[in-house]
Design a protein around this ligand. Structure first.
Ligand SMILES: NC(=O)c1ccc[n+]([C@@H]2O[C@H](COP(=O)([O-])OP(=O)(O)OC[C@H]3O[C@@H](n4cnc5c(N)ncnc54)[C@H](OP(=O)(O)O)[C@@H]3O)[C@@H](O)[C@H]2O)c1
Length: 207
């Protein structure tokens, strides 16, 4: 697959590296234009390219949203229209500002993003594990002992694609339900920051 990143900081760069290792190619973007990302793409190798955020091609299979939540309103709300999106972002009131609807769980942060970007094919994933630990936790030896990555979304086909991607980078996907209830895997939820297997995730989420 050809995978585009909206935001290419800590999360974007580590996931890009893991996806390339799994045989995919990546396109990285940020607010400062493609030239600012050349040092990053040159380290990642020939499967990585940088692009200007508003000049992305039509040949992209999916997008990873990896920016601070408070940066979303700076983005064109048509940027991801009709696209397949993985939301790796988190909402932190201290960092992103108070949004009562999110704090009160009237809406999940991914649902708010889906509404803003007019996107129906969206899965929340990769947001719970500190990205500095991700590379070291990948396990290609023993699938039954893998760390699980919780995912949430409504589109079953796309969820399966994301689960397959997670498998390819050395983790097991854990289906945590739909987008509406995805606050269970948000930053204020019971599994945030946990690096545990499917069984432990299930215990925490089904308490
Ligand atoms: N760090 C973790 O361990 C971790 C783990 C899981 C999830 N997350 C979540 O993932 C998201 C990204 O975290 P991070 O640690 O990768 O942050 P980061 O290192 O600060 O990187 C953020 C990236 O987003 C870009 N950016 C910021 N605002 C933007 C905007 N309005 N439009 C386009 N690009 C923008 C930044 O580039 P420019 O500033 O150059 O534009 C940078 O490339 C956050 O929501 C975070 O909570 C973090």
């Amino acid at each position: 697959m050809k995978i585009a990143f909206i935001g290419s900081g800590h999360v974007g760069q580590v996931l890009a590296k893991l996806f390339i290792k799994a045989g995919h190619s990546v396109v990285l973007t940020n607010r400062h234009g493609k030239d600012s990302l050349l040092p990053v793409t040159s380290k990642l190798g020939s499967a990585a390219q940088a692009a200007d955020i508003n000049s992305l091609g039509d040949d992209l299979d999916l997008f990873v949203l990896a920016i601070p939540f408070n940066g979303v309103n700076d983005l064109d709300d048509n940027l991801l229209k009709g696209k397949k999106v993985i939301d790796a972002s988190n909402y932190f009131p201290q960092r992103d500002g108070r949004i009562p609807k999110l704090i009160n769980h009237e809406i999940s942060s991914s649902q708010m993003l889906a509404d803003y970007f007019k996107v129906s094919t969206i899965v929340k994933a990769f947001n719970t594990i500190p990205v500095s630990e991700l590379e070291g936790l990948a396990n290609f030896e023993n699938k039954s002992e893998r760390i699980a990555i919780p995912i949430a979304g409504d589109d079953v086909k796309f969820k399966n694609i994301v689960a397959e991607l997670i498998d390819q980078i050395g983790f097991n996907a854990y289906d945590a339900g739909n987008l509406k209830n995805s606050f269970t895997i948000q930053a204020d939820g019971p599994v945030f920051g946990l690096t545990v297997d499917k069984k432990e995730l299930s215990k925490k989420l089904n308490k």
